[in-house]
Design a protein around this ligand. Structure first.
Ligand SMILES: [Zn+2]
Length: 359
């Protein structure tokens, strides 16, 4: 009779979340994240998983961000045959993020081969397709069986669409424990997402503290900060580039800009979301209204995903559509804003100003 926990990622460093729970010989993996960072470290870490893939009986996933889900196709490629439990919206987002991850790896490998480096992606589109078939979507607040001796229930973590705290009820025959894994924990009073659920009672708490030494500014300050910077750039005749994470942050930035325009605090802008992934993820949000806040923003998000309803926002849904939309925005007489994936802004030389918004 035994219960044990091991931490293989996101401990003493960030990204690569993988926590292994073992109960009477059954092995449940909490998250299976990709290590992100310098290629020398991340390539090896993402190829060589720290446990035999076929020894894992089931995965329980807190949310869809790649540093928590991005090694699932590698796990499947190396022999994992079990179920991947997650919330229903997380299952929807995995259908966007994992194919995107495979695409980026294939693109990088082609580029590096041209430079004379031998690089093999950790997985390909076929591994992703097999992985997605293993996903089992669940609703919040409904307990389900993971394997013999382990049950789980999802609580809203308020971090991104579908994000969850996982409450595990573990029974090894001699003791019962409630183990709570928070995943990434969100904040209250943001638009669009629901506030996090109250943290349920537990015997053991597993949490990650990437931003644990910082305090969030109030939500109203974020919108005011954005307003001030946009006003200043428009006065200076600049174009505005906003780095934002594709899943979760982009619609919040667009929402704040929409609010400011509606209140006539800033002039009408031409906004280009330079990321088909952001556009599709925002559409998934609109398709999951039950997971959004009950504050009156649902319809704004649904409208924001249809360019005809919010004419000043361009949401390309494919890489092919991006260039023509970009030229349409470029020819607009309105001040222009481009919202881009944060990582791609690092190398951009076209920005006149980068805004950092600590959401
Ligand atoms: Zn996250």
């Amino acid at each position: 009779m035994s219960i044990s926990l091991q931490f293989f990622g996101a401990a003493r460093h960030v990204t690569g979340s993988k926590h292994l729970l073992e109960v009477n010989g059954k092995r449940v993996l909490l998250d299976c994240g990709m290590v992100q960072g310098p290629r020398k470290i991340s390539d090896k870490a993402n190829r060589d998983l720290p446990f035999p893939a076929d020894s894992i009986d089931a995965v329980v996933l807190s949310h869809a961000h790649i540093d928590h889900s991005g090694s699932l196709p590698r796990l499947v490629r190396l022999g994992f045959k079990g179920d991947i439990h997650c919330t229903n919206p997380t299952e929807d987002l995995l259908g966007l993020l994992l194919p995107d991850s495979a695409h980026i790896q294939a693109h990088d490998a082609r580029y590096l081969r041209k430079k004379g480096h031998r690089v093999e992606p950790a997985y390909d589109a076929e591994d992703v397709a097999t992985t997605l078939k293993r996903a089992r979507g669940h609703t919040y607040h409904k307990r389900f069986a993971v394997c013999e001796g382990v049950e789980a229930e999802f609580f809203d973590a308020g971090h991104i669409l579908g994000s969850s705290m996982v409450l595990l009820s573990v029974d090894d025959g001699s003791q019962r424990l409630r183990i709570l894994f928070t995943g990434d924990f969100g904040r209250k009073d943001l638009p669009i997402l629901r506030d996090p659920d109250e943290v349920p009672a537990c015997d053991y708490l597993i949490t990650e503290s990437t931003y644990g030494d910082r305090l969030h500014p109030p939500r109203t300050d974020l919108q005011e900060t954005l307003c001030g910077i946009v006003e200043e750039e428009i006065r200076d005749g600049g174009r505005i580039l906003i780095p934002a994470f594709s899943v979760g942050r982009t619609p919040i930035v667009v929402y704040f800009l929409g609010n400011l325009m509606a209140a006539k605090r800033i002039p009408k802008l031409s906004i280009f979301v330079d990321s088909p992934l952001s556009s599709k993820a925002t559409k998934v949000m609109a398709q999951n209204p039950q997971s959004l806040t009950t504050r009156p923003v649902k319809s704004s998000i649904a409208a924001a995903t249809r360019s005809s309803s919010m004419a000043c926002v361009m949401w390309p849904m494919s890489r092919k559509a991006s260039p023509s939309m970009l030229s349409e925005v470029g020819s607009s007489s309105r001040p222009r804003v481009c919202v881009k994936p944060a990582a791609s802004c690092i190398t951009s030389s076209r920005a006149s100003r980068i805004l950092e918004i600590a959401c």
